[in-house]
Design a protein around this ligand. Structure first.
Ligand code: DGT
Ligand code: CA
Ligand code: CA
Ligand code: ZN
Length: 581
């Protein structure tokens, strides 16, 4: 977590605690400041080092809040927050995750009944205690009771980008073990869902005890939740990890079963039943000759060593894990119209990168060299322009953008890569762009991104984004909704209208590969693909390492059924140039 994120989280907690104590006005200023600190491109520790005035450069941060930011950077604590927590020792995040329960409710229930956790809330609601509290009634009580299971479930799903590296480190460890023939991720992580309930890992081994020992002995394991002869669960790096061991002959069947989704598997099993076949984690079986009366149910095994055996027995081509959500993939497989999904090597370059000219960490030359090292054919340098949502002097004004044009041109002379000079312009409230028209025309590529006003209603959001894609100079709509996974919902535009407008205007919609964003998400990509709207899969890298996030964008696009033909940066440099014109 960056320092900015830490400060933002603490300010939000303060806002909740103050609101719970019926303090007026202050909660709002803390929330506003939190959002601006979170989005501020300069690390707060750098600002704090320059002094309180530099910190006050953040929108919505005055003397008092600047002092708290400096205090946090210097001491790791905010004294007022510590005091607030002591006076109201509640699990605020858990309690407010219940629909209809806000900080004020939490405050009242703590005062009246001493409720501090979700479990206590449930007990009190079941016991009919809540309806007795002044301001509450039976309806409120039963609403709370109804919403608690969802709140318990929706809590702590991990972001894909946080879980994937943990699972891969575990696989590296397991694959070193002699007893382990194969190790793969399964579950939602293998399907590349944007968030993960728990990590599922599957191991093929003829010595299950040794494989389980190796799993439990991984040095990142914090504690063992349960362990048996062929499966175990642990907590490691803040995540729950389930590991199952099967014999190599069954590995394909088990991998298919534990990859899910449950809905996909149920659909597939029904298809099997129609054909007198049976699917389970041990294989695929012909049960046509099975005698119901004697109860002899096993049938004749047709396969299971390889995952494809199961699909093959149903006369289906293998279905890529990303599609296994029961969203029409089984019918498509049956009718031979599964998409030829995008693969990472289809991408020829990144259209959205930042340098130290705005809030990136590297020089133009370094980012170009890093793109060349990856084997790309081209790269676009697209630093932030000034405008709404850009604070603290991060964005480039038109003069600086003109200066950068020369710098990019010079850097481009030393490389075989085709270098595009672009800009990430901010979309204003009316859908206009924060850069002069003459400059937009002169640049190779224009990304238009919303960075402010992300709480707007659907109609306003749609108008604004449609305005941005219809701007004659816009080439790509960057992170269209502005959401932050597990953090802020972002805009919720009318997707049918947005993708139609983008298709008509010849503007690409971005799939921002940063795993905190994944924006567009999988379902929105599918809508775009079906409308024939061009897509750009970009990393929005702010450093060399940021370029490695590409795979998350690719798999999100795959979950949206995208093919290379849908993706503008899967085109050659000259193909891209003709799109940009
Ligand atoms: P998650 O962890 O909530 O992100 O989602 P998954 O899909 O990883 O679900 P998980 O971890 O509960 O189970 C892993 C896979 O195992 C799941 O995708 C399908 C399979 N599975 C689990 N429970 C059942 C079940 O009751 N029936 C069937 N058919 N499959 C199941
Ligand atoms: Ca899982
Ligand atoms: Ca699991
Ligand atoms: Zn960007």
């Amino acid at each position: 977590m960056s320092r900015n994120e830490e400060v933002a989280t603490r300010f939000e907690e303060m806002a909740d605690l103050l609101e719970a104590r019926d303090v007026e006005y202050k909660p709002r200023s803390y929330r506003r400041a939190a959002e601006n600190v979170r989005d501020h491109p300069t690390p707060v520790e750098e600002l704090a080092a320059e002094g309180r005035d530099a910190v006050k450069g953040i929108d919505g941060v005055g003397d008092a809040l600047a002092a708290k930011i400096v205090e946090y950077v210097e001491t790791g604590e905010i004294e007022e927050l510590t005091d607030l927590r002591e006076s109201l020792p509640v699990d605020m995040a858990a309690l407010t995750s219940v629909e209809g329960v806000g900080p004020k409710t939490v405050g009242s229930l703590y005062e009246a009944l001493g409720i501090t956790t979700l479990d206590e809330l449930e007990t009190a609601a079941r016991g009919g205690e809540i309806r007795e509290v002044s301001g509450f009634g039976e309806t409120t009580e039963s609403n709370i009771l109804e919403s608690i299971p969802f709140a318990q479930q929706a809590r702590d799903r991990e972001r894909l980008g946080d879980a994937r590296p943990v699972a891969e480190a575990l696989l590296d460890h397991l694959r070193e073990v002699d007893a382990v023939a194969r190790g793969e991720v399964a579950g939602s992580l293998r399907r590349w869902r944007e968030t993960i309930g728990d990590v599922d890992v599957l191991v093929a081994s003829n010595d299950a005890a040794a494989a389980i020992d190796a799993f439990l002995g991984w040095d990142a394991v914090n504690d063992t939740i349960e362990s048996g002869t062929t499966k175990a669960s642990v907590r490691a790096r803040g995540m729950r990890i389930d590991c199952r061991v099967v014999v190599p002959e069954d590995f394909g069947a088990a991998l298919q079963y534990f990859t899910g989704s449950k809905a996909h598997n149920v659909h597939l099993r029904n298809l099997a039943i129609e054909r007198d076949l049976k699917l389970n984690e041990y294989g695929v079986f012909d049960v046509s000759g099975v005698n119901e009366v004697t109860g002899q149910r096993a049938g004749r095994r047709l396969g299971g060593r390889h995952e494809a055996d199961l699909y093959d027995a149903l006369d289906l081509p293998p279905i890529p894990p990303e599609l296994r959500e029961d969203r029409g993939e089984i019918a498509a497989a049956r009718e031979g119209r599964l998409p030829d999904l995008l693969v990472e090597s289809d991408l020829r370059g990144d259209l959205h990168t930042h340098t130290e000219w705005s809030d990136g960490t590297e020089s133009i030359e370094t980012m170009i060299a890093a793109a060349a090292d990856r084997g790309d054919d081209y790269v676009a340098i697209t630093d932030h322009a000034t405008g709404p949502g850009m604070v603290g002097g991060v964005g480039l004004d038109d003069d600086r953008l003109r200066e950068q044009m020369d710098a990019v041109e010079t850097a481009a002379e030393d490389t075989d890569l085709t270098v595009f000079h672009g800009v990430e312009a901010n979309v204003d409230a009316e859908g206009g762009l924060s850069v002069g028209d003459d400059l937009l025309t002169a640049l190779d590529l224009v990304i238009a991104s919303p960075h402010s006003g992300l709480g707007a209603d659907r109609e306003t959001a749609t108008e604004r984004l449609v305005g941005a894609v219809e701007h004659p100079e816009t080439d790509v709509l960057g992170h269209p909704t502005g959401r932050r996974l597990n953090d802020r919902a972002g805009l919720d535009p009318d997707l049918d209208r947005l993708v139609a407008a983008a298709a008509d205007a010849g503007t690409a919609l971005e799939v921002n590969a940063n795993p905190r964003r994944l924006d567009l998400n999988d379902e929105a990509v599918r809508v775009a693909v079906e409308a024939g709207t061009p897509i750009a899969v970009d990393t929005d890298a702010h450093s060399v390492g940021g370029l490695d996030l590409r795979r998350y964008g690719v798999h999100t696009a795959r979950r949206g059924w995208a093919e290379a033909a849908n993706v503008v940066n899967a085109r050659s440099a000259s193909g891209l140039q003709s799109f940009l014109r």
